[in-house]
Ligand binder design. Structure first.
Ligand SMILES: [Zn+2]
Length: 88
């Protein structure tokens, strides 16, 4: 099995969908494969963020930052869209 197949299954499992793989098989691979562990952590974090936004809307902190930014830059049309998360 390739990592990509495990990751597809992992993603399905995160969504609460049938992964098509026994969970033990997935977990065993995760133990052996640091790449997939990292991938899962990222996927879980991403999912957590999406759910948090869906449940509560953007955090006050996020809104404040956005407002500050809008205030600073003004409604200029030539700036590239800055909807992306900041690089870490
Ligand atoms: Zn892997």
């Amino acid at each position: 099995m390739k990592c990509a197949q495990f990751r597809t299954a992992l993603s399905a499992r995160l969504d609460g969908e049938p992964s098509g793989l026994p969970g033990t098989r997935l977990d065993k691979h995760l133990v052996r494969c640091p790449g997939c562990r990292e991938w899962r952590e990222r996927a879980e974090r991403l999912r957590g963020q999406v759910w948090a936004i869906a449940a509560d809307g953007p955090s006050p902190d996020w809104s404040a930052r956005l407002l500050t930014r809008l205030g600073e830059e003004g409604p200029v049309g030539h700036a590239p869209p800055s909807g992306r998360a900041e690089e870490r």
